[in-house]
Design a protein around this ligand. Structure first.
Ligand SMILES: [Fe+2]
Ligand SMILES: [Fe+2]
Length: 316
């Protein structure tokens, strides 16, 4: 059993209070970009590199990300979920640096990662990703296929990949029919075991998508799978904003919650950095979950921005 960051899991083991704290951050877009070799720029990467130099490097800042991670660790979560876009244009050194950042968050048993579209910016990226990040994307028992499943106390984490290489100016994601079918089967099985099921996915699966060129192309098929099997919580990144939506579940609505980029500075045209804590009380048959959103505020500090209870009521 993983020791986790805090003692919540150990308390759960003693059945005193089955509280489990999951922290969720996303889209760190770690900088600065290494200088790419000319050969690497003969692709979509050239546009991405120019975009980084022109605007993104001013948005995604290491000092902001460090402050977010410090605050998160102070909350002593039992587990951390990271929903993708660790890198920018998928150069090999970016993946290695991202692995060091993951190690600073925690051991692979305590940190679960799913990749985003920037982590699959070009086809060659998969090689680097598998080489450096696999321990953070491996299921219990060592399975390395998606979806992967990790059981931690009363919670089952289900990690999906939507990361596929796309043409320039596109940031779409795709799950594929096989992964969706396996996810439905896994969710049904974990539901029968009465675990609190958390799906981790980079692209938001809600309808309608924020924009066509950033959408999850097979979101409708994914929603059908969740409607059939049920799920307690879907968490995502990609849109770089705090977001609250729902999709249909098996008899109850499923909350779908997004977080901003964990490295975003304060700015007029984007939301400042933030992350969520989910305090899950998963007594059999009686789930509760309080969400605490924390983030960068006007003073430059990291502070609470929102707090709410999840509800699984069927939509009216
Ligand atoms: Fe992103
Ligand atoms: Fe993304």
């Amino acid at each position: 059993m993983s020791r986790g960051f805090g003692n919540h899991g150990l308390v759960y083991q003693g059945l005193v209070n089955p509280m489990f704290v999951l922290a969720h951050l996303s889209d760190p877009h770690l900088g600065p970009l290494p200088r790419p070799p000319m050969s690497a720029l003969a692709s979509k990467r050239l546009l991405g590199y120019l975009n980084w130099q022109r605007s993104r490097r001013a948005v995604h800042r290491a000092d902001v990300l460090d402050a977010i991670v410090r605050d998160l660790r102070g909350a002593r979560p039992d587990h951390v979920a990271v929903t993708g876009d660790l890198v920018n244009i998928a150069l090999a050194p970016e993946f290695e640096r991202a692995r060091h950042w993951l190690e600073s968050l925690g051991a692979p048993a305590d940190v679960s990662l799913v990749p985003g579209n920037h982590d699959a910016y070009v086809r060659a990226a998969a090689l680097h990703r598998d080489r450096h990040w696999t321990p953070y994307m491996t299921g219990d028992g060592g399975a390395v296929t998606f979806p992967y499943v990790r059981r931690r106390g009363p919670v089952a984490l289900v990690g999906l990949t939507t990361a596929v290489a796309t043409p320039p100016f596109m940031a779409t994601g795709r799950l594929g029919a096989g992964q969706i079918a396996r996810t439905q089967a896994v969710l049904a099985e974990l539901g029968a075991a009465r675990l609190f099921r958390v799906v981790m996915i980079h692209h938001p699966p809600v309808a309608p998508p924020a924009s066509r060129h950033k959408r999850l192309v097979d979101a409708a098929e994914f929603r059908r799978a969740v409607a059939a099997a049920g799920c307690e919580l879907v968490i995502h990144g990609h849109d770089h904003v705090f977001a609250r939506g729902t999709i249909a579940g098996a008899g109850a609505a499923v909350p779908v919650i997004g977080v901003p980029s964990a490295s975003a500075s304060a700015g007029a045209r984007h939301q400042a950095a933030g992350y969520n804590l989910y305090r899950i009380d998963a007594a059999p048959g009686a789930f509760t979950c309080e969400v605490v959103s924390r983030g960068l505020v006007a003073t430059g500090a990291i502070a609470e921005r929102d707090r709410f209870e999840l509800s699984w009521r069927r939509p009216e």
